[in-house]
Design a protein around this ligand. Structure first.
Ligand SMILES: NC(=O)c1ccc[n+]([C@@H]2O[C@H](COP(=O)([O-])OP(=O)(O)OC[C@H]3O[C@@H](n4cnc5c(N)ncnc54)[C@H](O)[C@@H]3O)[C@@H](O)[C@H]2O)c1
Length: 465
């Protein structure tokens, strides 16, 4: 198993989440795609950097992120800084031949994002945006149901991301309220996650319109210290101008003809991390609420009329990522788990890149910074990927995909999900299941649960039928 040397830039909220995920990844997903080594963390000054290194388990610290770029030992540059630094760091990392994980939003503007994409696109680098919420098993399960046609043709998607942490006019003017640093407000900060889910589950957008509002135009200047979602309180003193949106509402037309909406606000008293979507299709509906993230609500038109209604599927071992997570449905998926899954799925191509001297065949590149969404539209274009590759996760030879049966990403995600989607992917998924079953570390309860679900090949559904 190869080491994957990580240089993390930014030791705040996301620095904590990414560090936890690097440490925990092999504890959940074993054999791990790679063994992440927390090599070096950069922070804004020496004190913050050395504290972050001790706290998050990094070997070294630095107050100069450029030293990470220049460090030949580093395979992956992980960008977890405020948004204004994303483009500069990512472009420097790409020029140095480093693989890149970048927090969302990708950048402050479309121009910055395009420059980042241009910097990586011809370099055979692995690069991804950290959209972790799509990795919630219930969201991946919704994707599986949609791909299997369980709800027919998609008619509409309604998504929300509602929070209340900035509803108080006295919450301070953190970087998230400053356009020069953040680029945008609720739109880039939180709506991006739901936009990503809409693209992941339904497809690319063909038309969008939106209204934006700023409800609180001035906020107290921060009284110093490192910001964490505005928890460093402002004083009674001077206020500064907010020049980003507090709320955004959009109307969307998808390229496949579906319609939709995405709404986001950080001023909704009573809402905490209220990420929801409701998808209606010609054969059923799917509903998700992150605040009840072990559950997926489904309703199928094929149910007898006197039994038709929403039922709850509790995600567990039978579902996407189930082999790596907890052995009992509804035991509890948290924010940390979504980050662990995110870094596991990204580490597979990253690990392959590391062992092949940082050169990847085009076909096996991770989806690009700007097109990380693996929408059905992109999937259906087919693939030139048709040769055997070595599965670095377990040393097993992965059977080749037939041309046109799916992308390399499909095969990878099939393994990640341990759920067959297409015949060739099923072969890959079986190899992975066998490898994992052979590890036998989790005892008889989990093995019994997995075999029962394999035998039935059915999601565990609580309710009628
Ligand atoms: N995927 C998610 O769910 C999610 C959640 C929150 C934040 N984010 C994104 O993660 C990024 C970071 O957000 P956060 O909440 O961790 O912010 P934060 O303010 O908590 O942390 C940012 C850290 O970067 C450090 N920093 C600033 N300048 C630096 C520099 N020059 N070199 C090194 N470090 C520097 C700051 O000192 C701070 O500790 C943002 O892009 C944000 O949008 C993503």
């Amino acid at each position: 198993m190869q080491n994957l040397n990580v240089g993390l830039i930014g030791g705040g909220f996301m620095g904590k989440a990414h560090s936890l995920a690097y440490a925990a990844m092999p504890m959940f997903f074993w054999p791990a795609p790679a063994l992440p080594v927390r090599k070096v963390i950069a922070e804004a000054n020496e004190d913050l950097a050395s504290e972050a290194a001790r706290r998050f388990g990094f070997e070294k610290s630095t107050s100069d992120w450029r030293s990470i770029i220049d460090d030949p030992d580093i395979h992956v540059v992980d960008i977890a800084t405020p948004n204004h630094l994303h483009a500069e760091i990512a472009i420097a990392a790409a020029e140095a031949g480093k693989h890149i994980i970048c927090e969302k939003p990708l950048a402050r503007t479309g121009e910055e994002s395009k420059a980042m994409y241009d910097a990586v696109k011809d370099k055979n680098l692995v690069h991804m945006v950290a959209f972790n919420y799509r990795r919630t098993p219930a969201v991946a399960l919704a994707k599986k149901y949609i791909e299997e046609g369980a709800i027919g043709r998609i008619l509409s998607f309604r998504g929300t991301y509602l929070q209340d942490w900035s509803a108080d006019p006295n919450s301070p003017l953190s970087w998230r309220f400053q356009k020069s640093i953040a680029g945008s407000g609720a739109l880039g900060d939180i709506a991006t996650h739901v936009i990503d889910m809409a693209r992941y589950l339904v497809g690319e957008f063909s038309a969008v319109n939106a209204v934006l509002s700023t409800w609180i135009p001035e906020r107290p200047l921060q009284s110093g210290g490192a910001d964490a979602l505005g928890t460093v309180r402002g004083g009674e003193g001077p206020r500064g101008q907010v020049d980003v949106d507090d709320e955004v509402m959009t109307m969307i037309r998808f390229a496949n003809g579906a319609v939709g909406s995405v709404e986001a606000t950080r001023n909704a008293y009573g809402r905490n991390n209220y990420i929801t979507f409701e998808i209606h299709g010609t054969e059923g509906s799917i509903v998700f609420n992150y605040e009840r993230r072990d559950e997926l609500q489904v309703c199928f038109a094929s149910d007898p009329g006197d039994r038709r209604g929403f039922r709850t599927v509790y995600t567990g071992p039978a579902h996407p990522y189930g082999d790596g997570l907890w052995p009992i449905p509804a035991l509890g998926i948290g924010y940390g788990e979504t980050k662990i899954i995110e870094l596991t799925t990204s580490s597979r191509p990253l690990q392959k890149a590391a062992v092949s001297a940082r050169v990847l065949p085009t076909d096996t590149r991770w989806p690009s910074l700007t097109t990380q969404s693996s929408s059905p539209l992109r999937r259906n274009r087919g693939s030139r990927f048709s040769r055997s590759t070595v599965d670095q996760t377990g040393g097993a030879a992965v059977p080749p995909l037939r041309p046109g049966t799916g992308t390399a990403e499909d095969a990878q995600i099939a393994r990640d999900n341990c759920q067959p989607r297409r015949s060739a992917s099923l072969a890959n998924a079986s190899v992975y299941r066998k490898t994992r079953a052979g590890s036998g570390a989790s005892g008889s309860t989990r093995q019994a649960a997995v075999s029962e679900q394999k035998r039935r090949r059915m999601p565990r559904i609580h309710g009628l039928r």
